[in-house]
Design a binder for this molecule. Sequence first.
Ligand SMILES: [Zn+2]
Length: 136
Amino acid sequence: MHELTLARYLIDLVTESVPELGSKSISQINLRLGQASAMARALHFCFGSVSRGTCCEGAVLNIAEIPLTVHCRHCDGTKTPLGRYSFRCPDCGFPSVKIVTGQEMELISIEVTGVDPTTQPQPLNQPLNILGGHYG
Ligand SMILES: [Zn+2]
């Protein structure tokens, strides 16, 4: 998925999660982004321009990385590869074909300007597979 598409998707997700916000503006968006997507920097970069004119304009994007884990068929277990772009099992070297975590985006919470924090809407966690498919 392209980072512009991802930014637009994120804004749509925020807008749909908080339809009652109306013209209020969002000050902060907290999300988790899979490390394997390597999109945190690109998303930061394009979010400002994509969000212009939306309720997300001026919002701060807080991105926490979801570490990459893969399933090794050989060891029959979940492993953390040694390198960010390595999809091999760190124990046996078997090239893993299945990513368990690290390619998804999750919207965690949204902070809204001028709204009491205790009454803020809590968006649903909707993990999105942003890469799709399997490696191997
Ligand atoms: Zn292994």
